[in-house]
Design a protein around this ligand. Structure first.
Ligand SMILES: [Zn+2]
Length: 245
């Protein structure tokens, strides 16, 4: 039998320590964790590909001074920042105004565009990313149409969960759209091998929305809403998959 001897002074110190710890635990749960911390649990250590739509020869939709490839790059950079801060490993498919086919590519504009798209998908697949996010702006002849909308890989439940969560955050944060997440037959959604979503962040063909899309603080709101939706969807997924081997 072992007997542990403890001095009176040590005992007093130990009791004081235990009391201090108990007090700490009583106080900590009273303060909820900041939203950013909770969201971080969803994306920490996930590999996330961000694809800023268009670039290089292809500027995407343009209306006067507003250029889609420029807007998508700005929003993507802000989204990349949010996701990285939360501990995700972010792969940006372009960081500047060049596309992925590269200047050395010879061929028609159509071939160049196809090569660019193929390489975007290839990069995402090679990285074995957990999620692929493509950022675009919409354009139609009618200048009245507006509103951000999230599309997902058709017939893919995991993509649908992410898109639905992102769209919910966009509706809540932006307060200017009631659009719903929908399946989208885009090349990049059909050919990537992981859950994939594409966000049409708004209509560049609508003068009011085009001005918003080019505005840095609106871009930040968009990026945070996307980040927030993605992070929440990953928490849902983690919860539902916990018991699956
Ligand atoms: Zn586009």
């Amino acid at each position: 039998m072992k007997i542990y001897l403890i001095s009176k002074r040590k005992a007093r110190l130990t009791i004081a320590g235990v009391l201090a710890l108990a007090l700490m635990f009583m106080l900590i749960p009273a303060q909820p964790l900041p939203e950013q911390t909770v969201l971080s649990y969803g994306v920490a250590n996930k590999v996330i590909v961000i694809d800023p739509g268009h670039g290089g020869l292809d500027q995407g939709a343009t209306r006067g001074e507003y250029i889609e490839s420029d807007i998508t790059l700005q929003i993507s950079k802000k989204l990349a920042h949010n996701l990285s801060q939360a501990g995700a490993m972010v792969i940006m498919l372009r960081e500047n105004e060049s596309d992925l086919a590269g200047d050395e590519f010879t061929g028609t504009i159509g071939q160049h565009k196809r090569e660019d798209m193929k390489r975007r998908v290839q990069k995402a697949n090679q990285a074995r990313a957990d999620l692929y996010i493509s950022i675009h702006t919409n354009a139609v002849p009618n200048t009245v149409w507006s509103g951000a909308q999230t599309f997902y890989k058709p017939k893919d439940e995991a993509s649908k969960i992410v898109a639905t969560a992102v769209q919910k955050e966009l509706v809540k944060t932006l307060g200017n759209t009631k659009r719903k997440a929908a399946p989208g037959g885009y090349f990049v959604l059909n050919h990537t091998k992981m859950p994939a979503i594409l966000i049409e962040t708004g209509f560049i063909s609508n003068p009011g929305e085009a001005a918003l899309l080019a505005d840095s603080s609106y871009q930040s709101k968009l990026a945070f809403a996307i980040f927030s939706g993605v992070a929440q969807s990953q928490l849902i997924e983690t919860g539902s998959n916990k018991d699956t081997p």
